[in-house]
Design a protein around this ligand. Structure first.
Ligand code: SF4
Length: 255
């Protein structure tokens, strides 16, 4: 369904409001299309850093939603890093934004940790309990630009998180559901914008992804032009099927 110029102007106006104020957990399809159109417009500027700009806008929108829906009783606090020992994945724009944000010390830790984690499967990573190299002194050194997966893993019990890291799946963690729903909603809309622009919508393992973004010359501009700069980086298999039909249907509404 092609949109005409007047419809696009309306979508973009509403999309800018949603970028600023956030979106409902289960938005009306017109609002979902409007927010997708706002992300699409940022990607379509063609600027070399358009993917990171789009990721920043998406994370700010998700932050608004999280602020509105995250229960006050969650146990997550500064200095608690159990979930920073898990396998983390992110979309390419989130990875580019993180690569632009981390300091030199984090880059050096990332290069060293990636040599250890790059060949590992998700199961091997969970058994090895490797801390994220972006951690510094028990805190995320790129907190403002951490990926959606880091923002949405919130728990009511730090003890259960610690037990799950040490004992694997035998411990059930009481996760808060609304922050995960918020991520699913906003990320699905973001992925629809990527799809409408003809860009990959999958998520990549974070360490290897950021290393590639740092090492490949002019990586962000080349990715935007269709070059697969993440070839060979492990793809999170969950991202291949995550609401794929919703992504495709929504992309049709504003492409
Ligand atoms: S990016 Fe930050 S929040 Fe995410 S796993 Fe690494 S240290 Fe933790």
């Amino acid at each position: 369904m092609a949109v005409n110029r007047a419809q696009r102007r309306l979508l973009e106006k509403r999309g800018r409001e949603l970028l600023t104020h956030g979106i409902d957990l289960r938005p009306h399809v017109d609002d979902a299309a409007a927010l997708g159109s706002a992300f699409f417009s940022i990607l379509a500027t063609g600027r070399a850093n358009a993917p990171s700009d789009a990721a920043r806008a998406m994370l700010q929108c998700l932050s608004k939603v999280h602020n509105a829906v995250t229960p006050k009783e969650i146990a997550c606090r500064g200095g608690c890093t159990h979930c920073c020992h898990l396998f983390v994945s992110a979309t390419a724009p989130e990875i580019f934004l993180l690569a632009r944000s981390i300091d030199e010390a984090a880059k050096q830790r990332l290069l060293a940790t990636n040599r250890q984690t790059h060949p590992m499967s998700i199961e091997e990573r969970l058994r090895a309990i490797v801390p994220c190299p972006i951690l510094d002194g028990g805190l995320c050194s790129a907190y403002a630009t951490r990926p959606t997966s880091c923002r949405s893993t919130t728990s009511f019990s730090a003890e259960a998180c610690e037990g799950a890291i040490r004992q694997g799946a035998t411990i059930e963690v009481p996760f808060a559901v609304p922050p995960q729903q918020a991520r699913s909603t906003v990320l699905t809309i973001f992925r629809a914008a990527l799809r409408a622009k003809g860009l990959p919508i999958v998520s990549y393992e974070l360490n290897a992804g950021v290393v590639r973004a740092l090492e490949a010359l002019d990586a962000e501009r080349r990715w935007l032009a269709g070059d697969d700069v993440f070839a060979g980086v492990q793809i999170d298999s969950a991202s291949l099927s995550m609401r794929a039909d919703d992504v495709a249907a929504l992309a049709q509404r504003f492409a």
